[in-house]
Design a protein around this ligand. Structure first.
Ligand code: AMP
Ligand code: MG
Length: 490
């Protein structure tokens, strides 16, 4: 065993924050994928990780010296209903290491066996959802969206029982922490103000060190709100739908976390939902900002005892902070969409220009990702928008909009070439299209064929570059390829 320099700050918190538990060994671990660049960033030796000892660690068969090996406690609102006791039911935190950039990172095994928080679950993960999380979280990272990362996938050699028997797998997940809004709710629900304060101070040191002094808990609330406003705006500009925005799936650090039945939208429509368990569309594309604010309100509630002695005063302070979510989110969203449209300057009319395009896309059932990409192509010195226009079922609304956009571009200072280059690096050609993700999973699960997974990862590693021969990865699903529902497979 090589020594991994774990420094487990979370495990130094009081025992009621977690349960110490070892992963349950698996019969026949086989490494399917190692994220070598990420290993290097973490200062971990890829050669060792691929060796039998390394794979034993990634499978949970061997707990390295210095590891914490804990399952953390949390609570959470799931689809609006509160559960005071959730916790890591199938994830075990090996520990924290400080990466090459000086950032503290959690190393967690997801699917590593039962914990005291497993309730009726088996503590395991199926290969399909593990591959989905790997693909989508790495794609998000490449697109510059704050996210947990995927370090490795190990096949366990065991089956897990879901609707059918499926191959089991363990995902090694890396996150700047796994602390959630639900972690705060765990202590608030128990009236454990001491625990809350310890948790808040831990989070401040770890994620928001600029929050200092007597006002530090309000500063923390404001910082978490700001991070989430920026994050959700990024999701919206790339058409990402998380699928299960429960408060236990919302990271305090502002990273995208807990990829379940998530997907990228193809055809633009605000009510798009993929998750099979989201029957009422609570977590539909356009609901993500209000749901984030709702979740942040639950977070603010947990902090009330830390904000002021007087309850009414605490509520007023918290409300004022929450009220700043919408304008912050809007500012980020408009800035992101301006970039996507090649607008470096700001005009008040831009908001309406954006709204009109989205309406035309909805009406014309146009592909969200391709519209922006083809607009980027059309933005060059000699570009025409025919390819973009053809994405709209009824192009007349687009024609009127294009005229307006061209007029607006005339008031931009940058030359067309520079604008086009900026747009081409703001608008991806390749996203993890749901039908491609499903095809990759099917090949791996049904035919034991990992080649499509590897190819898709290669394509998504360069989302802004035209990759000859890989046109198929850029195209929206044909009618018969459309995936209507994704399953979290827990
Ligand atoms: P999720 O929907 O994956 O965010 O999980 C919600 C809660 O259910 C968390 O407390 C998980 O740890 C727990 N959970 C999900 N799947 C399993 C499983 N297979 N075994 C035990 N606990 C699980
Ligand atoms: Mg979760």
């Amino acid at each position: 065993m090589v020594a991994i320099p774990f420094d487990n700050s979370y495990a130094r918190l009081p025992e009621r924050f977690y349960a110490t538990v070892a992963p349950t060994p698996v019969p026949a671990p086989r490494l399917l994928r190692l994220n070598e660049p990420l290993a290097a960033q973490l200062g971990l030796d890829a050669g060792w990780l691929k060796s039998p000892d390394g794979v034993a660690m990634l499978a949970g068969n061997d707990v390295p010296v210095g590891a914490a090996s804990i399952a953390t406690a949390y609570a959470g609102h799931q689809f609006g209903g509160f559960s005071p006791q959730l916790g890591d039911g199938r994830a075990i935190l090996l520990g924290e290491i400080v990466d090459r950039n000086g950032r503290r990172q959690d190393i967690q095994l997801k699917g590593a066996g039962p914990t005291p928080f497993s309730r009726r679950g088996d503590g395991r993960a199926a290969l399909g959802p593990v591959l989905r999380e790997y693909i989508v979280s790495e794609a998000m990272a490449t697109l510059g969206v704050p996210t947990t990362r995927a370090l490795a996938v190990v096949l366990t050699g065991d089956s897990v029982r879901r609707e059918t028997l499926l191959p089991g797998a363990v995902l090694t997940r890396v996150a700047s922490s796994h602390i959630r809004i639900g972690t705060f709710q765990f202590f608030a629900a128990r009236g454990d103000h001491e625990g809350l304060r310890l948790l808040a101070d831990h989070v401040i040191i770890r994620h928001y060190p600029a929050c200092t002094g007597d006002g530090r808990y309000l500063a923390l609330l404001e910082a978490v709100i700001a991070a989430q406003a920026a994050l959700i705006a990024q999701w919206m500009t790339i058409g990402f739908i998380h699928g299960v925005m429960n408060t236990d799936n919302m990271s305090i650090a502002g990273e995208t976390i807990d990829y379940g039945p998530c997907a990228f939208m193809d055809t633009y429509h605000p009510t798009t939902v993929f998750s099979s368990i989201d029957e009422r569309g609570r977590y539909a594309y356009a609901n993500q900002p209000p749901i984030a604010r709702w979740n942040l309100t639950r977070f603010a509630e947990t902090l009330l005892p830390l904000l002021a002695q007087d309850q009414d005063k605490a509520v007023a302070i918290a409300q004022e902070a929450i009220d700043r979510f919408d304008p912050q989110f809007q500012t980020h969203l408009i800035a992101g969409l301006r970039r996507k449209l090649g607008l470096a300057s700001e005009e008040a009319e831009d908001v309406d220009l954006i709204r009109t395009l989205l309406e035309a896309m909805q009406q014309g059932e146009a592909d969200f990702t391709l519209v922006f990409r083809r607009l980027s192509e059309a933005a060059g010195p000699a570009g025409d928008a025919d390819a973009c226009r053809s994405l709209f079922a009824n192009p007349s609304a687009f024609d009127a909009w294009e005229e307006r956009w061209r007029q607006r571009l005339l008031r931009e200072a940058a030359p067309a070439e520079a604008r086009q280059a900026a747009m081409l690096s703001a608008n991806p050609l390749y996203i993890p299209r749901n039908h491609q993700v499903e095809a990759v999973i099917e090949a791996a699960v049904e035919r034991n064929d990992l080649a499509p997974f590897e190819t898709l990862l290669e394509v998504l590693a360069r989302p802004f570059d035209i990759q000859p021969g890989r046109e198929d990865y850029a195209r929206p699903p044909a009618l018969h390829e459309r995936v209507l529902a994704t399953f979290c497979g827990t």
